[in-house]
Structure formats: structure tokens, C-alpha cells
Design a protein around this ligand. Structure first.
Ligand code: ADP
Ligand code: MG
Length: 255
């Protein structure tokens, strides 16, 4: 891969009180790459994604998205902390999908999809609706635009959540265990949507325990433990022949 990485972390740390959630994460994600983050519970995967999306503030190190330092802007050679509205504007370029869907329960599916494009991007409603409908078609839910989230299965809700994130035309999509809360028979339909996105060239960071997805769709798998990246590599190398004992031990439990 060439050019500036879309995401670059250098020695990123994050503490919660005395808990050292990130102890110096080094990681680069290039445009068009699909990177799966794997690792034991508590290793800092969610915290790292949340830092990338401005939901947590880094304590030390350097984290940039699209060349810009997360949380700061540079003006006349100095760094200034971003205000909330500026953070919102930057975050609008990043889509995030959580384990528990996080749809707006009082809005219909279509309303969920057009809310942010209209409120944050100031898109005309007709345009937002048109785009929302094409995204619903893409995730196979054209017939559900008037439903409320509670009327949908978990798999359908998660597909709506993905469509809602895409409605903002993000440059980067973050997925934090998107299938972990689903009944097993609903996992496939969500992974299928994610596979489609990956093959369309979307830049994706995916925290997942779905090793099949990692093997087939990831360009790179990153193994994290205790707040650091232990190793990373193409899926067939990392999953088949991990270099570190820690990675081997983890994989022996999940594969
Ligand atoms: P993972 O997603 O890999 O399971 P997390 O990033 O959620 O790991 O957590 C890393 C560590 O940080 C864990 O020890 C967790 O308990 C702690 N942690 C995460 N978020 C918070 C928080 N908001 N407050 C306190 N501790 C937290
Ligand atoms: Mg997590």
C-alpha cells in the first residue's frame, strides 16, 4: 500500500484511572484496507476504536485520521483542542457500528437513516430519502422503511445500523463486535453486508470473533493483548502461523 495511512497510531496510550487500557498502540490502516482486530476481552480493542472515533481522548502518543491529529486542529503552527461542533464534523466522516445496534427507537427505519444527513450534513430531505432508500436496498431491507427498530430482528436492526452509518458517506467504517449480540442464525446476513462493503473498497476496522470473516475478508488481522498490538499480518499468515505464543494461545481457543 502507498500513500498516507487513513489511520495512524503511534504509541497511543489511554488510561481509565489506574487501568491501562492502551499501553502504546502502533497501527496503520490504509485506504481501502479491511483490518480485523482480534484479542481477548479487555485487551483494548473497543477503547482503540473509540479513540479513533473521538469518543475517548488519547492520553499520550499520536493518533491521526486522514492526516489530522484526532481531537486537535493546527492553526498558525499551533495545536488547538477541537470544540464539540468541530468534533461532530470530523466524526461525521467515520461510521461506527456497535454490538447493540444503537438505533433511535422512536424513529422509523427511514427516519433513522435520514436524521444525521439532514441534521449534520444539511442535506435536502429529498436527497437524503433517496439515498436512504438505495442503502436499504443494498442491505436487503427495502420493505422495512416504515418499521420501527423494535419490530425488526437483531440481524435486521444491525443491517439498518450499517445503512445508517453509510448514509453519512463515511471515509472509514468502524465495527465493534457487530455480530456478538445476535442469535447464531442471524450472524450470516450481517456478515454478508459487511463482506459486500469490503469488496466495494470501504476502509474498515472490525473488532470481531468471527474468524471466518477475518480469514476471507480481512487484508490484515491485528492481534491485541494487554493494550498493545502483539502482532499483525495477512489472515492466512497470522491465523495459520502466528509468531507469538500469546497469539497462539488465543487462537487455540477461538479457532
Ligand atoms: P476489549 O474491547 O478488547 O474487550 P476494552 O477496550 O473494552 O477491551 O477495555 C480495555 C480495558 O479498559 C479493560 O480493562 C476495561 O475494563 C477498561 N475500560 C474500558 N472502558 C472503560 C471505562 N469507560 N472506564 C473504566 N475502565 C474502562
Ligand atoms: Mg470490546
Amino acid at each position: 500500500m502507498t500513500g498516507e495511512p487513513l489511520v495512524r497510531a503511534e504509541a497511543v496510550t489511554k488510561n481509565f484511572g489506574h487501568v491501562r487500557a492502551l499501553r502504546g498502540v502502533d497501527l496503520e490502516v490504509y485506504r481501502g484496507e479491511v483490518v480485523c482486530l482480534i484479542g481477548p476481552s479487555g485487551s483494548g480493542k473497543s477503547t482503540f476504536l473509540r479513540c479513533v472515533n473521538h469518543l475517548e481522548k488519547v492520553d499520550s502518543g499520536r493518533l491521526t485520521v486522514d492526516g489530522e491529529l484526532v481531537g486537535y486542529r493546527r492553526a498558525r503552527g499551533k495545536l488547538y483542542e477541537l470544540r464539540e461542533n468541530e468534533i461532530c464534523r470530523r466524526r461525521a466522516n467515520i461510521g461506527m457500528v456497535f454490538q447493540n445496534f444503537n438505533l433511535f427507537p422512536h424513529l422509523t427505519v427511514l427516519e433513522n437513516l435520514i436524521e444525521a444527513p439532514i441534521q449534520v450534513r444539511r442535506e435536502p430531505k429529498a436527497e437524503a430519502v433517496e439515498r436512504a432508500r438505495s442503502l436499504l436496498e443494498r442491505v436487503g431491507l427495502s420493505d422495512k422503511e416504515r418499521s420501527h427498530p423494535a419490530q425488526l430482528s437483531g440481524g435486521q436492526q444491525q443491517r439498518v445500523a450499517i445503512a445508517r452509518a453509510l448514509a453519512m458517506r463515511p471515509a472509514l467504517m468502524l465495527f465493534d463486535e457487530p455480530t456478538s449480540a445476535l442469535d447464531p442464525e442471524l450472524v450470516g446476513e450481517v456478515l454478508e453486508v459487511m463482506r459486500g462493503l469490503a469488496s466495494d473498497g470501504m476502509t474498515m476496522m472490525v473488532v470481531t470473533h468471527e474468524m471466518g470473516f477475518a480469514r476471507e475478508s480481512a487484508d490484515r488481522v491485528v492481534f491485541m493483548a494487554d493494550g498493545v498490538v502483539v502482532e499483525s499480518g495477512p489472515p492466512d499468515e497470522l491465523l495459520r502461523a502466528p509468531k507469538h505464543e500469546r497469539t497462539r494461545a488465543f487462537l487455540s481457543k477461538v479457532l
